[in-house]
Design a protein around this ligand. Structure first.
Ligand code: GLY
Length: 380
């Protein structure tokens, strides 16, 4: 398999993100929190830190992080937000910025996002705008955040018009992916994050998809396979971000399955108790492959293989399995209209010529999508 650059400790992996003038490392491994945090002393000498976390993650991991920061002499204030997508709002942003100002976080200080995608996106956006930009450290505590949202600098909040419509690119100075922090995730949350792992195989790495088919149980169990999977995903994302930070081209490939997924999330009111983002992505991945098959682009056996793997892991792969339910085909297409991948009514989809052979397809007709969704909804 792909060799990784080893970090300091046993089994440590370091994945560099090579952005000119803003390069940073992703440290991956079990129980590496304190040794990775120790780098902050050199990275930001004399800085204070605000730890932004949610009530749920705070109870599990904030005391350990505070102890690590204390060991390296970084004074930290904890700011706790309400868990859930609802915090990624204008009100949530104002509240967080005011709390950061009240904590006297200045230009040379650090905002540390300790949590899943919601915490990372909100804290990242606050760090981007506070005093016109404060340094950000991402310490992702969900699988989804470790393999996707903590890397690459996308930050933002939701608008009543749609998800992530208000935001900024703001790269972190360090990402610490301590894979032992994932041990506390529920089975549902872990599986949902796994959809984003397998996505990298489907985009352009058929060998990794094969490996996932054989190793997914060990990824869940937390052996070295988990670290390897996180590292492969981060390496793939780092490569894409380094060549297309602002999503003017290739970075859109990371949206495989997401046009469908965001529409389903919108129709369930972004309520993660009804539909977790990764579950929506799993359905979106299966739909992207079946839609590609319907368009005559992708062999049927590949579409079947994708769905079979998602089923084996316990993820939904059809609209009818969507935990929060779905709307009609018309409602799903209408929900896609607010997506950033839609321009003047014409859809841009990530489609596939096979497993590991995804590509950006511009100008997909809404009528074709609607007809496909009607078939999917009618299917047993
Ligand atoms: N989550 C997709 C991206 O970072 O571009």
């Amino acid at each position: 398999m792909i060799p990784h650059r080893q970090g300091d400790g046993p089994g440590r992996i370091v994945v560099p993100v090579a952005l000119e003038g803003r390069a940073y490392d992703i440290h991956i491994g079990r129980h590496l929190l304190c040794e990775a945090v120790a780098r902050l002393g050199a990275l930001a000498p004399g800085a204070r830190a605000a730890i932004v976390t949610d009530a749920h993650v705070a109870a599990l991991h904030a005391p350990a992080l505070e102890a690590c920061l204390q060991q390296v002499g970084v004074a930290a204030t904890r700011i706790t937000i309400a868990p859930g997508e609802g915090s990624k709002s204008y009100a949530g942003l104002i509240e967080l910025c005011e709390a950061l100002l009240a904590a006297k976080i200045e230009r040379n200080d650090l905002v540390i996002a300790l949590g899943g995608g919601v915490v990372g996106d909100l804290a990242g956006f606050a760090a981007a705008v506070l005093r016109r930009g404060v340094r950000l450290v991402q310490i992702p505590t969900s699988l989804l955040a470790q393999v996707d949202s903590s890397v690459g600098g996308k930050t933002g909040i939701n608008s009543p018009h749609g998800k992530n419509l208000i935001g900024a690119f703001h790269q972190p100075v360090l990402v610490i992916a301590d894979t032992s922090l994932l041990d506390t995730l529920s089975a549902r949350e872990f599986r949902a994050g796994y959809a984003e792992v397998v996505k990298y195989g489907l985009i352009d790495d058929a060998g990794f998809f094969d490996w996932c088919e054989s190793n997914w149980r060990r990824i869940i169990d937390g052996g070295p396979e988990r670290d390897h999977a996180v590292a492969v995903a981060c390496r793939a994302k780092a490569a894409i971000v380094a060549r297309d930070e602002r999503e003017e081209g290739d970075r859109a490939l990371l949206n495989l399955g997401h046009t469908f997924a965001h529409a389903l999330e919108r129709l369930t009111g972004y309520d993660s108790t009804r539909l977790v983002h990764g579950e929506a992505v799993a359905i979106g991945l299966a739909l992207a492959f079946r839609f590609s098959q319907k368009l005559g682009l992708c062999p049927g056996q590949d579409a079947v293989r994708v769905a079979r793997h998602l089923d084996a892991v316990g993820l939904p792969s059809t609209l009818r399995q969507a935990p929060g339910g779905t709307g009609t085909a018309d409602e799903i297409v209408a929900a896609m209209a607010q997506d950033k991948k839609v321009r003047r009514g014409v859809l841009t989809f990530i489609l596939a010529r096979g497993i590991g052979r995804s590509f950006i397809a511009h100008g997909v007709a809404a009528d074709e999508v609607r007809a496909f969704l009607e078939e999917e909804l009618a299917a047993g």
